[in-house]
Write a protein that binds this ligand. Structure first.
Ligand code: UT7
Length: 331
């Protein structure tokens, strides 16, 4: 039994938050933000728009773009750090709204690595024979937990959603190799405060908001990518020159530039969704692929590495063989 990616979709909210808008909110400049992060603007959900709304729209876009049936989906995995509420899960909320009966439904909590973790779990559930058609979604409304007085973090975070459909296939597999890990000790460097009153001895004020030590996360991310990329390629018996596209989590362009420089991989072969969508956590990777697909940049049978990393500190990688045909002219 093999698992194949058969459709993709994406969605970002209407409202744009530009660097110039942020200049009015905190002491910063467009020049500083572009130079330090590569981000020019980001999309922000309206007050009444939540993660499940974005997730539903991404799946609707998938259905409209690929004319696939989703009524027979038998599992939904939603990677998110910003669920509408602790329960019910976003997965079960969207199961109801998409009218998918009897499917399993769970949220995956692995911050910016969540979508890749979810893809790897979907592959395993299909290969084991347990399930045959799985919707994998990465969706966030980070704006709801962003502290817009903290200039070191509010310039990064944004809202968006991406979705993949993964189906059982007798012959073709999209999945070549996977790896994942965590370093819980580094959890203190990036967290979203919530029900707990303290983390590692740091007293919280009870409000839900993202707190980060940017420099530590930066170093950890570069180090992890530098270790993980050669490792998974070795596992798959592939060389760096055989990698057609590298899609790391779009946290910050400088993290990616530093890592690709160290492993000697060309930036022209990197897909980055941060320029116009900002850091949408679990949605950056599917959004980068969605954009590249619609720009007709992806060729069937290309080898693509997806590398998620983030708060935890957690990371997850998957090497895939792209199986979708290029878009037809005018579609
Ligand atoms: O999904 C994972 C999410 N988190 C991340 O990816 C975070 C990773 N880290 C980063 O993206 C970067 O560390 C930041 C973008 C957060 C900060 O960039 P940096 O180059 O590491 O800056 P820094 O923290 O070393 O600060 C340099 C200076 C400081 O001023 P002084 O102390 O040198 O006078 C900061 O106060 O830049 C200042 N600064 C700013 N200046 C203008 C910090 N934020 C801003 C800002 N605008 N928004």
């Amino acid at each position: 039994m093999k698992a194949r990616i058969t459709a993709i979709g994406g969605f970002v909210p209407e409202k744009r938050l530009t660097n110039h808008d942020l200049e009015q909110m905190v002491e910063t400049s467009d020049e500083w933000i572009v130079q330090r992060t590569g981000i020019k603007e980001r999309r922000i959900a309206s007050e009444s728009e939540f993660t499940s709304d974005l997730a539903v729209k991404a799946v609707e876009n998938l259905v409209a773009s690929f004319a696939v049936e989703i009524k027979d989906v038998d599992f939904l995995l939603v990677a998110t750090t910003t669920p509408d509420m602790p329960m019910p899960s976003v997965a079960s909320r969207i199961q109801a709204r998409l009218g998918i009966p009897h499917a399993g439904a769970i949220d995956i909590s692995a911050a910016c690595a969540g979508f890749v973790y979810a893809l790897n779990i979907a592959n395993s559930l299909i290969v084991s024979g347990a399930h045959r058609k799985i919707l994998v979604v990465g969706a966030e409304t980070l704006s709801k937990v962003t502290d817009y007085q903290d200039r070191t973090s509010c310039i990064l975070f944004a809202d968006g959603a991406g979705a993949f459909l993964v189906e059982r296939d007798d012959e073709v597999s999209s999945f070549i190799a996977q790896s994942q890990g965590a370093d819980g000790e580094a959890g203190i460097h990036l967290y979203c405060s919530g029900l707990s009153e303290q983390i590692e001895g740091v007293q919280l004020d009870g409000k839900q908001k993202i707190v980060q030590n940017g420099r530590e996360i930066f170093k950890k991310a570069v180090h992890t990518l530098t270790q993980e990329v050669p490792e998974i390629l070795r596992k798959a018996n592939l060389s760096l020159s055989q990698l057609d596209w590298f899609v790391p989590h779009s946290a910050n362009l400088r993290i990616i530039e530093a890592a690709t420089k160290r492993i000697d991989y060309p930036m022209e072969r990197v897909l980055f969704s941060g320029t116009y969508y900002g850091n949408t956590s679990s949605a950056t990777i599917p959004l980068a692929i969605w954009d590249a697909y619609h720009a007709n940049r992806l060729e069937k049978d290309q080898t693509i590495l997806l590398s998620g990393f983030g708060g935890g500190f957690v990371y997850s990688n998957v090497l895939i063989r792209w199986g979708l045909e290029k878009k037809k002219e005018g579609s």
